[in-house]
Structure formats: structure tokens, C-alpha cells
Write a protein that binds this ligand. Structure first.
Ligand code: SMO
Length: 788
């Protein structure tokens, strides 16, 4: 009817370019990060860290430090064993034994930067002075920093108490007869690809402020974390406390990128100090600590194999890879998604993937934006280009021949994932067209007047977005489910408070959640206020990671919103003296569907509910709704990257002249936010592909470039020109057809740029199998002995 038509023609917020609500506070300096809070009597913590990659701790003498004025409390390894449990792993590598990892190293330290002693003092400066006065005697032990070395049978075992080798776990997924098909394939190609170790580098380092009020039995932690509820659960276990005595809040978080998932040793230490001295204790990680103690990402070796027919049909895909986990199993284990997406968007039924997770004497590796998918995408897509050269088939043609067609979807991959929907060939076609690929054919000159060679490279890709249901996860050893919860609560002024455990890590989730909520309730967007990341006020949830918020939180908002809306209408029905079914919410009021004049403001309806007067006789007072939404296993985003580069063959220097990303995240909730997420992730993708690498000295095992001076993170001046294109195919498995978007930009840059460089240098037969793509690496690839 007419009223319903009006309802549907009312401007929908989903799909609209709504400005970020977060920016109102951030640009005015009213954001609240950990260090913005300075409670009275606050102490600061500093941590003595192992300077060696592997060492036995022979003795610790704190007597001088204890005498330093301002020092309030010192924790030594023995205190930790008495007062706490080892750190728990939220997402263990399946099949891996637990490594007994305490907040302070016990007897032996396994990586540079591992905490040995911590001090709480009246200032950070005094705490650091105290660290200088602590005498720790070490016996340096032989160390292993090389991934290939650590898995050799004769390598010294780093965790002899629970492992027989340095391989923590090994898992296989397979379908069909991958090896037989590979062995009998008309053409085969294989190589080992080295993916570099990088650091996620959020602008805000880790930070924590702990307050303990024993009389109230309340431990309050203000933290920079992606997962307040999960950290609370972990800390309760580690500190041997009731979960109900702990509150974790994470209001503004200056970036997480996966490395702020779960509890770290410093969280335990600051808590124990605060409980011992009954004063607030703060620790803000400095950048030098960050490089050595916050989890790293990516490092792995992928031996990838493709078996194909002479005309280029893939018959077998095999990936045998090792992830270098560093010294301990971090909260979010290794990059397990490499296994899930190793076949990419290709149609193959015979495939095999073996994942091994290895221990070395380096900082633990955790989740990092993309979580295993950039790594395997690099190996597979670079090898696809090499196969194309070997077969003398155009690399675009080769991909077209093997891509899953829209009609193949939903498609269960050999490793057991289900691609929900999509149009992969369309994505590739759009990238080919956008980069004007025909103009780069053989006829066109690919040599510039200055001698630079021009090349074009492609990478198709898949991204798993969202985090699976509890049933799926528990089978794989996860210690938590993945539901997302939201509470909507009416307030007297006629506004709606939205409570969510998703912390604001820069992903604009508050804005996007408001848009979804506004559409579900059909209210104005400024009617909704988000309260995020506080375990005391928000329903128990999972957190902000896995590109999942718009899948999982949106589902919870929808379910809670429907309950909230129905009760709102029932209460309004008492005011307007008509059946609730004849009413609708619109903007700031409830009105009759047929008669817009017959209406009542939301503030009136909400007041009735809250006061409990003037509501239907069978209705309870109050107006709020909580929903716990169980998300689907995943919704797979996809896309294609195309890069055009100009390479100087004399120096190996190159410039990315154009970079096109065609991307599908299903229903776009807010085009501006999607663009921001994709551009930000692309920059991290370029950084890891082009210039970033944590390098270790072969002999001493020391981190060689653990400062911003020596670690080449790209700046805005280094940003290549990026052109974004979208397809918008709704996912059938998510509430609003949304696929995740947060991590997608990290996946394809390395492969697309590598392929473009190799295309540009085709006359030199250049092959690149390692990251990052520094000019030196390109030059070396040109001058590698096999081509001389
Ligand atoms: S690597 Mo992400 O925070 O799932």
C-alpha cells in the first residue's frame, strides 16, 4: 500500500556515503586512547627484556633497583609462577601441544625481547632506571632464526620438554588424487616461495592501564585491544580470578591489524603489579619494544606445485608450506587461512595442502591483516604466470581457462571451504579492460626512451571474510565461538543506545553499525549512539577481526532491532489507540501507516516504556533488546589486481605506474568506508610486498632493523596511484548480502607487482620467488647465475 511504499522510498542508509561519526571526537582531540587517561597515583611499568634470541637465565639480582626512590614493585620469574598461569592460546594450531609460556621467562628465554623482570615505579623514567640497576646474568645459547634450518632433522630442539623437533604441528587437507595427477600431468611447474617476516605497525602501540580495587573485588583494565571480551576471559584464567571481577574496556584503539588479539605477557604483569601495590599501573609499549615483543606476521616458505594439461587446464594444485611461528605459540596461532584459500578462485578437484608450523628463536608470529592469504596468494599467482610463460599462453587467458564460473558456485574447495557466490571472470575482465591490456601486447613497444621496460601483471584472489560458527571452530581447536552480540536500549530523550563489544580500531564500525541499525528501525541515523568495547556494559561477544563486523554485528543488530521495533510499536499502539500492526517507526516518531498526522514522538513512547506507565496491560516495562547472532561459516570476497610497472634494468629500480583493484565485498554499506579500508590495506600490502622485512643476523640471531629508521614502512609519498573498481554481488549467506572488506587489500599486491616486474623483464627471463621486491632483489634476479 501507499504507506509501505513511502517506507521503502525513504532513503536507506545502507549504501549511502554517511560521514564517519568517529571523526567528530577524533578530529577534536576527544578520542580516548590508553595514554589519554592519567588517574591519580598512577604508576608506570617498564620491562627488562632478553637481549639474546636464546639464553639461559642464570641469576637475577634486584637488590639495587629496590633501593631506587620511586620504585614500588618488582616482579621476577618466580613470582609469576606463584601468582599466575601460563598465557592461554585462543586459537591453537590444531594438534599443537601447549608450550608453557609464562608472562616472564622461566629459566630460558626463547626470543629477543621476551620479558624477564618488570618494575612498577612512580614514572616510566624511574622504572627504566631501575631496569638498568637490575643485574641479570645470561648464558647465551645457540639459536635458530632460519625457517628452513629449524625444520631440518638435525636442528637442536628448542622446546625439548614437549616437542621432538621444532615442528609444532602438521596438518593436511586433500581432495582427489593430487600427487598422482601431478606426476602424470603433461606439464608441471614448482618452486619454493619465501614470504618475508613483517610487523603490523599500528599507529598506537600496545598499551594498558590497570586499576585494582580489592574492596570491590574489581580489576579494571583499560586496553588497546581488538577483543575486550576474549582478553577478559583469558586474564581470568591466567590470573586465577572470577571473570565477573574483571572489566576490560577498549574505547578508541589506534589500529590493531590482528596483533592486538588476545592477552600478552605485559597485560599479566601490569595486573599483578596493580594488585600488589593497589595503585593504577600503566604500560605504554615504546616502538623499540613493539618491534621485538608485539607479534609479527607472514613469515613462511611455500613449496607450490601446479600440474596442467598442454592447453593450460590445471589438473593438480599442491602447497606444502612451513609457517615460522617464532619462539612461542601466540594467541592467534599461525596463518591457518593459507590452507583454506590455497586453490584460490580456480576450479580444481585434485589438490593437497600440508601446513607445518615451526618454532624458531624469533618474536612470536600472530594474526596480521590477511591472516595467511597474502602469503599463499603470492606463491600461487606468481607460479601461474610462470606456467603461462612456459606454455606460451597469455597469463590472462590461462587464468580465464581455470577460473570458477558463477554457475559453479556455491563451490566446496578441496580444503573444505564453501565459496558462497561471485563472478570471478567478470572481475578479471574488468581489470584487463581498466589497465588497457591490449595496448600492452607484443606489438606495443614496452621499452621507454630512457631504457625502462614496462610490464603488466595480474593477480586474482579470494578472501575468506567473517569468522565461522562455534560448531565449525571448535572442531578446529578454537577456544571460543564466534557469535556477535548487540544490545539496543531506549532512553528517555527518545534516542537509542547501541552496545557492542566490537572495539573501535579505526575500521569505522560505529558508523557502519549505525547505518544498519537506522535501516532496521527506520529511524534517523543521529538517533543512535554507539557504546563500544566495554565488557561491563556490552553483551558478551567475540570482537573486531577477520573482516567480520559487518557480517556478524549486522546480523545481531537486525535480530535485536526487530524485537526492539515490535515492542516500540506495541507501546505506541497504546498511545495511538490502534493495533500495533497499523503502525510504523519513521525518523523520530511512530506513525499510523495510513495517516501520517496520527503519530507520537519516539521520546514519548520510550518514556512510557521506561516509566512503565501508559503501556498495554500485558506489557512489561522497559525497552531494550539483546541478540546473539551466530554468523555463517564465511562469505568469500574476491577480486583481481592489475599492476603496470616501469623497471630500470640497470639498477632494478621500478615504479608502479598504475595499480587497479577490482573488488567485490557484496553489498556496500558505505562506499567511503569501503574505499578507506581497501586503500589502507593496499598500503600495508605494498609495504610488505615492496620494502618491509624484519631481518635477523645469521650468526647472532639479533633483529637488525628494529627501528622506524631501518624498517622501511611506506609513507604516503611512496603510495602508488591506485584505481578502485567494484562489483557488488550480494552474498546469499549474510544478513544484508555483505562480504567483509577490512583485510582484502593486503592479499594481491605482492603477486600482481611481481608478475608485472617479470613481464617487464621478460627478455631477461627473470624469476622472483621471494619478498620483499626491493630494487636490489630485482637486480639480483636479473643477475642470478642461472641466467648469466
Ligand atoms: S588478522 Mo585479523 O585482525 O583477523
Amino acid at each position: 500500500d501507499e504507506a509501505l511504499q513511502q517506507l521503502s522510498s525513504r532513503e536507506k542508509q545502507i549504501g549511502k556515503q554517511v560521514l564517519r561519526v568517529e571523526d567528530l571526537r577524533l578530529v577534536r582531540g576527544d578520542g580516548c586512547f590508553v595514554d589519554d587517561e592519567k588517574p591519580a597515583r598512577q604508576l608506570e611499568m617498564a620491562v627488562a627484556r632478553c637481549p639474546f634470541p636464546h639464553a639461559r637465565i642464570l641469576s637475577i639480582d634486584i637488590s639495587e633497583a629496590l633501593l631506587l626512590p620511586g620504585v614500588k614493585h618488582i616482579l621476577c620469574p618466580q613470582d609469576i609462577v606463584e601468582q599466575s598461569e601460563p598465557l592461554t592460546v585462543l586459537r591453537p594450531v590444531p594438534g599443537a601441544p601447549a608450550l608453557p609460556y609464562y608472562a616472564l621467562a622461566q629459566e630460558r628465554a626463547l626470543h629477543e625481547g621476551q620479558p624477564i623482570v618488570s618494575v612498577a615505579a612512580t614514572s616510566r623514567a624511574i622504572a627504566e632506571d631501575a631496569i638498568e640497576l637490575i643485574n641479570i646474568e645470561y648464558e647465551p645459547l645457540p639459536c635458530i632464526t632460519d625457517t628452513a634450518r629449524t625444520i631440518e632433522p638435525d636442528a637442536p630442539v628448542l622446546h625439548p620438554e614437549c616437542l621432538k623437533s621444532n615442528i609444532l604441528a602438521e596438518n593436511v587437507d586433500q581432495a582427489g588424487e593430487a600427487f598422482q595427477k601431478f606426476d602424470s600431468a603433461e606439464i608441471t611447474i614448482e618452486d619454493t616461495f619465501r614470504v618475508n617476516r613483517v610487523t603490523p605497525l599500528p599507529m598506537e602501540t600496545r598499551g594498558i592501564l590497570v586499576n585494582w580495587r580489592p574492596g570491590a573485588r574489581r580489576l579494571t583494565l583499560r586496553m588497546s585491544t581488538q577483543t575486550p571480551h576474549l582478553v577478559r576471559k583469558q586474564l581470568a584464567e591466567i590470573l586465577r580470578m572470577e571473570e565477573s571481577c574483571i572489566d576490560v574496556t577498549a574505547s578508541d584503539v589506534g589500529g590493531g591489524f590482528g596483533m592486538k588479539l588476545g592477552a600478552y605477557p605485559e597485560d599479566v604483569l601490569a595486573s599483578l603489579h596493580a594488585m600488589a601495590v593497589r595503585q593504577p599501573v600503566k604500560w605504554i609499549e615504546d616502538r623499540l619494544e613493539h618491534f621485538r615483543s608485539a607479534t609479527h606476521g607472514r613469515e613462511s616458505l611455500h613449496n607450490y606445485r601446479i600440474g596442467a594439461t598442454k592447453d593450460g587446464k590445471f589438473v593438480s594444485l599442491v602447497d606444502d608450506y612451513v609457517t615460522d611461528l617464532g619462539g612461542w605459540n601466540s594467541s592467534f596461532g599461525s596463518s591457518q587461512l593459507s590452507s583454506v584459500t590455497f586453490t584460490g578462485p580456480y576450479k580444481v578437484t585434485d589438490a593437497y595442502v600440508r601446513r607445518r608450523v615451526a618454532i624458531t628463536n624469533k618474536t612470536p608470529v600472530g594474526a596480521y591483516r590477511g591472516y595467511g592469504q597474502p602469503e599463499v596468494n603470492f606463491a600461487r599467482e606468481v607460479l601461474v604466470d610462470r606456467l603461462a610463460r612456459k606454455l606460451k599462453i597469455n597469463p590472462v587467458e590461462l587464468r580465464r581457462k581455470n577460473l570458477l564460473q558463477p554457475s559453479d558456485l556455491p563451490w566446496k574447495t578441496p580444503s573444505g571451504a564453501v565459496y558462497d557466490s561471485g563472478d570471478y571472470p567478470l572481475s578479471l575482465d574488468m581489470a584487463v579492460k581498466a589497465i588497457n591490456y591490449d595496448a600492452h601486447g607484443k606489438q606495443a613497444p614496452n621499452i621507454r626512451a630512457d631504457g625502462r621496460r614496462v610490464g603488466v601483471g595480474f593477480s586474482v584472489f579470494i578472501e575468506r571474510t567473517g569468522y565461522a560458527s562455534a560448531r565449525f571452530l571448535m572442531k578446529r581447536g578454537s577456544k571460543f565461538g564466534a557469535h556477535e552480540s548487540v544490545t539496543l536500549r531506549a532512553n528517555r530523550s527518545g534516542y537509542i543506545d547501541l552496545y557492542t563489544g566490537v572495539s573501535s580500531i579505526g575500521q569505522s564500525a560505529e558508523t557502519a553499525m549505525i547505518q544498519v541499525c537506522a535501516d532496521v528501525l527506520n529511524v534517523d541515523i543521529d538517533r543512535i549512539r554507539v557504546h563500544a568495547g566495554d565488557t561491563a556494559s556490552t553483551p558478551l561477544n567475540t570482537g573486531a577481526f577477520a573482516s567480520r563486523t559487518m557480517i556478524a554485528a549486522a546480523g545481531a543488530i537486525k535480530e535485536a532491532g526487530e524485537v526492539f521495533r515490535d515492542k516500540t510499536l506495541r507501546i505506541a499502539a497504546a498511545a495511538l489507540e490502534c493495533p500495533a500492526s497499523e503502525l510504523m517507526i519513521e525518523g523520530s516518531l511512530v506513525r499510523h501507516r495510513q495517516d501520517a498526522q496520527r503519530c507520537v514522538p519516539l521520546s514519548n513512547v520510550f518514556n512510557r516504556a521506561i516509566v512503565g506507565q501508559g503501556i498495554p496491560a500485558d506489557e512489561s516495562p522497559g525497552l531494550d533488546a539483546t541478540a546473539h547472532y551466530e554468523p555463517p561459516e564465511a562469505a568469500f570476497a574476491f577480486g583481481t589486481a592489475a599492476a603496470q610497472v616501469a623497471v630500470d634494468p640497470v639498477t632494478g629500480e621500478y615504479e608502479i605506474e598504475r595499480f587497479i583493484l577490482v573488488h567485490d565485498c557484496g553489498t556496500v554499506v558505505n562506499p567511503m568506508l569501503v574505499e578507506g579500508q581497501v586503500r589502507g590495506a593496499l598500503m600495508q600490502g605494498f609495504g610488505a610486498a615492496l620494502s618491509e622485512e624484519l631481518r635477523y643476523d645469521d650468526e647472532t640471531g639479533q633483529l637488525l632493523n628494529g627501528t622506524m629508521m631501518d624498517y622501511f614502512a611506506p609513507t604516503s609519498a611512496d603510495a602508488p596511484p591506485v584505481e578502485l573498481l567494484h562489483t557488488e554481488i550480494p552474498s546469499p549467506v549474510t544478513p544484508f548480502g555483505v562480504r567483509g572488506v577490512g583485510e582484502v587489500g593486503t592479499i594481491a599486491p605482492a603477486a600482481a607487482v611481481t608478475n608485472a616486474i617479470c613481464d617487464a623483464l621478460a627478455e631477461f627471463n627473470v624469476e622472483i620467488s621471494a619478498l620483499p621486491l626491493t630494487p636490489e632483489a630485482v637486480w639480483r634476479a636479473m643477475h642470478s647465475p642461472q641466467f648469466e
